[in-house]
Design a protein. Structure first.
Length: 426
């Protein structure tokens, strides 16, 4: 399988199964109800994990929660901890409503502060960071390869932080910030006094706490390439840690052409989108564009997605037919080539119009969708047949017999052949 890598600006081949493929996708900063654009990296990560596991990979996904951040303090001065806890709950509830399950790990920055302090201490010891007035900054000049991910010229770097006279160089970025008691209700002890971590160091530490100093894929929105991910690369590799091998950045969700953001005020939350359109239409909507391209969110595009989902639900109106052996290969090839979901979606529409019910159901399930069970269609019998095949491969003959009886109860029998099994009507 090949994926586009931001670092090399090329398609990169994944190692063969079983891998492992360890993925870290940047999650939300929890200070408000997450908007539908925040769902895209979550959905892409969950889909990619599902597909890799189906291909025999040992795939894991980490999706972090940033619950220490300037945005949270600004949103709730003196009450940021409660807001972060509430917003974390909202995010898990809303993404859970998409019906894709959950990542393997959901680390929170507040649970990693001692490890963050130790990481910063090592950067200071190696000469890559310095303390100044209770703050600690990473020295951009100490890492000659700075800019390798984003292609930023180091002499033109602007970190987007508040100007500070404590910095030796305006390009340097904060690893630790001294506590401001008037507005910041959370702080932790450190060798530099009470304070809290900067944003970028949190993700380096959370990723390495779970995976160690090297893992396969780091993902997130395209807007994170600089400065967030660039700074992650710098602070981890400054310590000699390989960190992520492949960097995947999904395109931004746009609202009538403009990037959706809370600051712009053009926000539809995940919860509002689910309540309005239903989770299935949202998932079909995300399938319609390449994961690394922008995608427009509007009533028009959502109506188009709803129409496509309605077409899949009506698949049984087409007479059932048996697909040729190359049909599943078409689907595989689309997803193996940079996880091309628009092409996979087109293949599934071909299956719908051709009457390949079982194949269509199998393809939809890759993306957390499924055909409705309808009497007389045999789709439920096909699911039981797949389960029976798995039981036979595991030599669980008793379970295989139980499943055959269940299939017969639906009006079908199973014929076992050298190439596999097939259903026949009773």
């Amino acid at each position: 399988m090949r994926l586009y890598d931001t670092l090399s600006r090329s398609l990169v081949e994944l190692p063969p199964p079983p891998g492992p493929i360890r993925m870290y996708f940047c999650g939300p900063t929890v200070y408000a109800r997450a908007h539908i654009g925040n769902a895209r990296p979550f959905v892409v990560g969950m889909w990619l994990r599902s597909w890799l596991r189906s291909r025999g990979y040992d795939a894991q996904l980490v999706h972090n929660i940033t619950d220490i951040n300037d945005k949270i303090y600004d949103a709730a001065p003196g009450a940021s901890a409660q807001l972060a806890a509430d917003a974390t709950g909202w995010y898990l509830e809303d993404t859970g409503g998409l019906g894709l399950g959950m990542p393997d790990h959901l680390p929170k920055a507040t649970d990693s502060v001692p490890q963050i302090v130790a990481f910063i201490e090592e950067l200071i010891t190696r000469g890559n960071a310095y303390e100044s007035g209770g703050d600690v900054y990473f020295s951009v000049d100490s890492y000659p390869e700075y800019g390798q991910l984003s292609r930023q010229r180091p002499d033109q770097v602007e970190q987007g932080e508040e100007p500070s006279s404590l910095k030796r160089d305006p390009r340097d970025f904060a690893l630790w910030k001294t506590n401001k008691p008037a507005t910041e209700d959370t702080s932790w002890d450190s060798p530099w006094g009470r304070g809290r971590p900067g944003w970028h160091i949190e993700c380096s530490v959370m990723a390495e706490e779970i995976y160690g100093p090297a893992f396969e894929i780091h993902g997130g929105g395209l807007d994170l390439v600089f400065p967030h991910h660039e700074n992650e690369v710098a602070q981890s590799r400054a310590l000699g840690h390989p960190f992520a091998s492949i960097w995947t950045h999904n395109g931004m969700l746009q609202f009538t052409g403009d990037k959706m953001s809370k600051s712009a005020g053009n926000v539809t939350t995940i919860r509002e989108a689910i309540d309005t359109w239903g989770r299935e239409v949202i998932l079909v909507f995300f399938l319609t564009a390449s994961w690394r391209k922008p995608i427009d969110f509007s009533d028009e595009t959502m109506l188009q997605a709803a129409s496509q989902w309605a077409g899949f639900q009506g698949a049984f109106r087409v007479a059932r037919a048996e697909p040729g052996p190359a049909e599943w290969t078409r689907f595989e090839q689309a997803l193996e080539d940079d996880f091309n979901t628009p092409e996979a979606l087109a293949v599934m529409h071909d299956w719908r119009s051709s009457g390949y019910w079982a194949l269509l159901d199998k393809g939809l399930r890759t993306f957390g969708l499924e055909l409705p069970t309808m009497a007389g269609t045999g789709i439920e019998a096909e699911r039981l047949r797949d389960e029976r095949d798995a039981a036979r491969r595991a030599k669980d003959w008793a379970r295989a017999d139980e499943l055959r009886d269940a299939i017969r109860g639906l009006g079908y029998d199973v014929v076992d052949e050298s190439s596999g099994s097939r259903l026949v009507p009773l």
